[in-house]
Ligand binder design. Structure first.
Ligand code: APR
Ligand code: PHB
Length: 408
């Protein structure tokens, strides 16, 4: 099997890259180790930056997002029973975000790829990247009980934090930057309308809490025409900071609601509506970057190269920036013969990656209470939050980070 670009992984990075290359007239093959159902139901974050929304629209992959997504102009910060709204357009000159789950982005991109794009092989496990330092790299993979090699001109590893791509970069030419956090997120989905029409990020002495939302399950498939639903028809997505290695089954539904009540409490009597919890899981938190993001004809994109704690909702949006950068660079190479943009791929991506790492780290350390936090640490967190409510500059820094750093 042979193609111009071999893509490992059908998450947002791999799927969007295949679409961008297709639109540029460049052929690719996507190898995905799991089956379609697994990829489409994998619960992840749900915030699209303005830049990501623009890329999906330009790629012709935004029709359902524009119909079912929820544009949001702000978030609420909560601390000391106080509420402060961060007004994105006012602080950024008009930028906002879109609430549209990663599962939905993947469903839309899979449907388009299967309808119009090149081969997307599910249950095709990439075993190794071969010849990355040659002009004919390959991906050895197993599919339908047979081993084969996908011969390419370029390989883009979009295979996430546990894939094979990053391992193909020799240890003596790569450097890893990492921080793990002594806590994780217990996330739930509940069949009850969100208790606030925007996302709520709460800092509390007992720990962080986040109130988010998802379209109702009935709206999760792109089949049929559906009118946009009001936010009151959405369901609740919520998270609690928990000690790392927490088992979700250790928390009863009532304990989860009681803890959310405590951490989200305000002095103005705001109420959290409860409902049936339909899913719960624990996500660990990590900051990770592997440099460089390229070795020969092997390029790393998305979680294959970097991980951010979910506090800033940057993961998917960073993956989008990487694959847009690669698609533009390869198009430039094919149109002009110049490899300058491909040669600058890693440096170009890392500028944006490290800004997102900085923002995600800042949001995480400002809002989560570490197990060894001291009263001094608590006061510093409250002072950082106070600063955001009082300073246009501090509010702008948060709003710019949240709505996203420019793709160029
Ligand atoms: N062969 C083929 N596919 C693989 C292999 C392999 N050896 N290893 C992993 N994969 C697939 C996974 O099954 C997954 O579908 O690669 C895909 C990687 O997708 P993601 O982990 O979603 O990574 P990415 O596309 O970079 O998107 C980043 O996803 O995990 C979230 O929080 C993260 O929001 C961020 C986004
Ligand atoms: C989500 O809705 O899953 C979500 C939203 C914002 C975040 C993280 C997760 O910062």
């Amino acid at each position: 099997m042979r193609t111009t670009v071999g893509i490992i992984g059908a998450g947002p990075a791999g799927l969007l890259l295949a679409r961008l290359l297709h639109n540029a007239g460049i052929d690719s093959v996507v190898l995905e180790s799991r089956d379609r159902a697994y990829v489409e139901q994998r619960q992840r974050a749900g915030i699209l930056e303005q830049g990501t929304v623009d890329v999906l629209r330009a790629a012709g992959a935004a029709e359902r997002m524009d119909r079912e997504g929820l544009p949001h102009d702000g978030i609420e910060l909560r601390f000391d029973k106080r509420r402060h709204r961060v007004d994105f357009p006012a602080l950024t000159g008009g930028r906002s975000v879109m609430v549209y789950a990663q599962t939905e982005v993947c469903k839309d991109l899979i449907a388009i790829q299967l309808a119009e794009g090149g081969p997307l092989l599910f249950e095709a496990q990439a075993l190794a990247v071969e010849g990355a330092e040659t002009e004919r790299p390959g991906v050895r993979f197993r599919h339908e009980g047979r081993e084969d090699v996908l011969e390419c001109d370029y390989v883009v590893a979009c295979d996430g934090s546990w894939g094979v791509g990053r391992k193909a970069v020799p240890a003596d030419v790569s450097q890893v930057f990492e921080r793990t956090y002594p806590f994780g997120w217990l996330g739930i989905l509940a069949d009850v309308a969100p208790s606030h029409d925007e996302l709520v990020y709460a800092r509390h002495d007992r720990g962080f809490a986040l109130l988010s939302m998802r379209p109702p399950v009935s709206r999760r498939h792109p089949s049929g025409e559906v009118a946009s639903l009001p936010v009151s028809s959405y369901i609740t997505r919520a998270y609690l900071q928990v000690p790392d290695a927490t088992d979700a089954d250790d928390w009863s539904d009532e304990e989860i609601w009681d803890e959310l009540d405590r951490r989200l409490e305000t002095s103005d009597g705001w109420r959290l509506e409860r409902g049936v919890i339909t899913s719960k899981s624990v996500t660990p938190m990590r900051s990770y970057v592997q440099e460089p993001m390229r070795h020969g004809r092997l390029f790393l994109a998305g979680d294959a190269a970097h991980i951010v704690p979910p506090t800033g909702a940057k993961g998917l949006n960073l993956a989008v920036g990487d694959v847009v950068t690669f698609a533009r660079a390869l198009t430039h190479r094919l149109e002009t013969g110049s490899t300058e943009r491909l040669d600058a791929y890693s440096q170009t991506c890392l500028r944006r990656v490290w800004q997102a790492e900085r923002f995600s780290y800042a949001m995480t350390t400002m809002l989560h209470r570490a197990p060894d936090a001291t009263p001094f640490d608590d006061r510093i967190q409250l002072a950082r939050l106070d600063r955001i409510t009082a300073s246009h500059a501090a509010g702008t820094d948060l709003a710019e980070g949240y709505t996203g750093f420019p793709l160029d």
